[in-house]
Design a protein around this ligand. Structure first.
Ligand SMILES: [Zn+2]
Ligand SMILES: [Zn+2]
Ligand SMILES: [Zn+2]
Ligand SMILES: [Zn+2]
Length: 350
């Protein structure tokens, strides 16, 4: 079992998934919840449990997420409240997220780590770990054999039929579990090719905005309809960004889900054919950083930010995202001043 120091290291590395795996292992030893049964039917699995009860709450939404909240009752039965959503998948995730709050209170080592942090950071951390716990229970890494990749549209469509989680949760898991350095973007679209979820692994292929129809993906979805549910090939017309550029030289794999109403899509660069992705509207851009203002040509040497879809300035590295905040002290989590960054001895924890 991980020590408190090891848990703190996981927090520093933002490896919430590994924290969740540790908590699930501890839960197995405690033997209060049946993780397998939770995977199948969270609400049913918690029925008759002495530690916790699930209630549906029809009142206006408050609590830690818009979907539900957790109320700890010391020396009594704690409560999970769920604001029912339109999908049972959403409700299952909510129940397990709230159970994730409960589980985090049951393990002294983790509780010590979480409460050693300033309250706002600790609260944020608890939310992240609650999400990771829910995802880990609903979609265990073992759903896909260890020697196969999650970054495959057909694999994701198969996973979706076997787990009780939303398409977005399945796509998100693919990004979390894929080894670092594997470059691909995972997208969920409806049958028209309208993006409902997109997340990039690596920065080779950007993640297109939600709510926009991608014509190239729409075309490949039509092929999938004709070919029994999946299709693969070059991405015609590229992947279109809000900024008006389209990333080219991409390969797309599409697999319809079991309803044929939605598709899992994996886009990667076609570099296996010896090409690097390019952008088809070679244009000048001006850096938005008022301290920089460099005018540069957008070509294959420039990275497009996967989050804001704006080319990153080659001079200062800025896109349209908020710049990263300063590094923080390992012990007190306060931001370090530039002087303290240069000479850590200058920093004194409060
Ligand atoms: Zn929460
Ligand atoms: Zn710049
Ligand atoms: Zn950005
Ligand atoms: Zn400090």
């Amino acid at each position: 079992m991980a020590s408190e120091d090891e848990l703190l290291d996981l927090v520093r590395m933002r490896n919430y998934r590994q924290v969740a795996i540790e908590l699930i292992a501890l839960e197995a030893g405690r033997d209060v919840f049946d993780i397998e049964a939770l995977r199948e039917d969270p609400e049913g699995a918690l029925g008759g449990n002495d530690e916790i009860t699930v209630e549906y709450d029809m009142s206006p939404r408050d609590g830690c997420s818009v979907f539900g909240y957790y109320r700890h009752v010391p020396a009594g039965q704690s409560m999970i409240f769920v604001h029912p959503s339109l999908t049972s998948e959403r409700d299952r995730f909510t129940i397990l997220h709230e159970l994730g709050h409960h589980v985090q209170r049951q393990h002294l080592g983790w509780a010590n780590v979480r409460h050693s942090l300033p309250s706002e950071i600790g609260a944020q951390l608890e939310e992240r770990v609650a999400d990771a716990f829910a995802a880990e229970v609903l979609i265990p890494a073992s759903t896909v054999p260890a020697d196969a990749t999650w970054l495959s549209a057909r694999t994701l469509a198969e996973v979706y039929t076997t787990v009780r989680a939303s398409r977005a949760a399945v796509a998100m898991r693919a990004i979390e579990i894929a080894p670092e350095g594997e470059q691909a973007t995972v997208i969920v679209t409806d049958h028209r090719g309208m993006v409902t979820f997109a997340r990039a692994s690596g920065d080779e292929v950007f993640a297109p905005a939600r709510g926009r129809i991608q014509p190239g993906i729409a075309k490949m979805i039509e092929s999938a309809f004709e070919r029994g549910g999946s299709a693969i090939g070059p991405l015609d017309r590229g992947l279109e960004a809000r900024s008006g550029w389209a990333q080219q030289d991409l390969q797309v794999e599409v697999a319809l889900d079991d309803t044929w109403g939605y598709a899992f899509v994996v886009v990667r660069s076609a570099q296996r054919f010896g090409r690097k992705p390019t952008w088809d509207r070679i244009d000048d851009a001006e850096c938005g950083n008022e301290a920089c203002g460099t005018v540069f040509t957008v070509n294959e040497a420039v990275t497009i930010c996967p989050a804001c879809e704006v080319p990153k300035c080659p001079e200062c590295g800025r896109c349209a995202c908020e710049p990263k905040t300063s590094p923080v002290c390992d012990r007190c989590w306060l931001e370090l001043t530039p002087a303290e960054q240069a000479d850590p001895a200058l920093h004194e924890c409060p």
